[in-house]
Design a protein around this ligand. Structure first.
Ligand SMILES: [Zn+2]
Ligand SMILES: [Zn+2]
Length: 397
């Protein structure tokens, strides 16, 4: 019991840290001191100016840790529980190094600002360097979390969309259009990618035409895209002809997979590891019937292959696992596409990597289990395949 209370007090200390940080961005009296912290580093997290760095430790990191210690002590005194003092001890373990760093000592203890290229994608539960890098150099009014990502996830600052270039395939479809609108509302610069030359988009939306099998033509345009949302698909419904089989797999599975590999190729800089993302609409058909067997088969294969490629992905991949919504593909769908688009964005901003939006409660239970087990199975019986070359994407050439 005391141990659980101790863990709660640590969590409390981290919440205090995050709110102190948020206050550093919005509350004038401490804003100037927090600004020192932001000025102290170059883009590779090397120290820009030693004097400034020491000052930032003294006026930002030390008071932050003091606040954690002080409020932790108040919590322990109010609750009268010895276990609650653990949070205080934990906070002191941050206070002492910060005080020493302000004197130019123990600089290597500044782990979330270790200089050098970013290694690995932003972590989901605990803040790693790539996660925190985004707070400094992607969007300072997001990614506030210092150790656990929970506060960002709670207030929806785990992903900043403002100013990001977001490209959406299947842009002329119902969900594509709803996503474009929602993303534009969030301040993203949206690029509509469509196979339909007749769709009319708002003036501010850039439009790219493409055709399945000619994905490589999109590569130059994808270089500057921060987030690619692969959302196109086909539903042949009851058709079971060889042509329907081929078309379902070609559009739903292979063209998506080729675009995925192309997008991976655009992750070339250290900063891309932090900012680039791929969102893939694999659909609820991954785990539930969609009453359209070829739609299910092709989407399931896609979902499985994305689970496999996720193991080596150089950037974040989010799966969009959506239930039936009203669209041209599915006129009998129940949910509205506008609501789905809103929910997708809201969950992405809370760093859900599997974004499930459906009215079927079973999906919320089955999908995470399926994803976890399959991911473990793939990890056990396959080996790393990080290098992507054109030859591996287009073996037929
Ligand atoms: Zn900050
Ligand atoms: Zn920082």
């Amino acid at each position: 019991m005391q141990l659980i209370l101790g863990l709660i007090s640590i969590l409390f200390a981290e919440v205090v840290r995050d709110f102190y940080h948020i206050a550093g961005h919005y509350w004038q009296p401490i804003k100037q001191y927090h600004l020192l912290h932001h000025k102290a580093y170059r883009r590779d997290f090397s120290i820009a100016n030693m004097e400034l760095y020491q000052k930032s430790q003294l006026y930002n990191d030390v008071p932050e840790a003091l606040c954690m210690v002080g409020l932790g002590a108040v919590l322990a005194l109010v609750t009268q529980n010895p276990g609650m003092w653990l949070g205080c001890v934990y906070s002191i373990a941050f206070l002492i190094p910060a005080a020493l760093r302000s004197q130019g000592m123990l600089l290597a203890t500044d782990l979330s600002h270790k200089p050098g290229d970013l290694v690995g994608i932003p972590a989901q539960w605990r803040v790693n360097r790539t996660y925190h890098w985004r707070h400094h150099f992607d969007e300072t009014n997001a990614y506030y979390a210092g150790h656990f990502t929970s506060v960002d996830r709670l207030i929806g600052t785990s992903l900043a969309l403002k100013g990001k270039v977001v490209a959406v395939t299947g842009a002329s479809g119902t969900l594509g259009q709803a996503l474009i609108e929602e993303l534009s509302n969030q301040g993203a610069k949206v690029v509509a990618i469509t196979t339909n030359p007749n769709t009319v988009f708002k003036n501010e939306i850039a439009v790219l035409q493409w055709q399945p099998k000619a994905e490589t033509e999109l590569l130059p345009h994808l270089q500057d895209v921060d987030i690619l949302i692969i959302n196109h698909g086909i539903n042949v419904h009851g058709d079971r002809s060889p042509a329907a089989i081929y078309e379902s797999y070609e559009v739903n599975t292979f063209s998506t997979l080729r675009l995925t590999e192309l997008f991976f190729q655009t992750v070339t800089k250290s900063s891309h590891t932090a900012t680039k993302e791929l969102w893939i609409n694999t659909s609820e058909a991954e785990v539930n019937p969609a009453f359209s067997p070829l739609y299910e088969l092709s989407k399931r294969t896609l979902g499985d292959l994305i689970t496999l490629r996720r193991l080596d992905a150089p950037c974040i991949i989010r799966k969009l696992v959506l239930g039936p919504f009203n669209s041209q593909l599915n006129p009998s769908g129940i949910m509205s596409s506008r609501w789905i688009a809103w929910a997708i964005v809201a969950l992405a901003k809370r760093d859900f990597r599997n974004i499930i939006v459906t009215i079927n409660p079973l999906t919320y239970l089955i999908f995470p289990v399926k994803e976890f087990c399959q991911s473990c199975y793939f990890r056990l019986f396959t080996k790393s395949a990080k290098i992507v070359t054109e030859a591996t994407i287009y073996p037929e050439k």
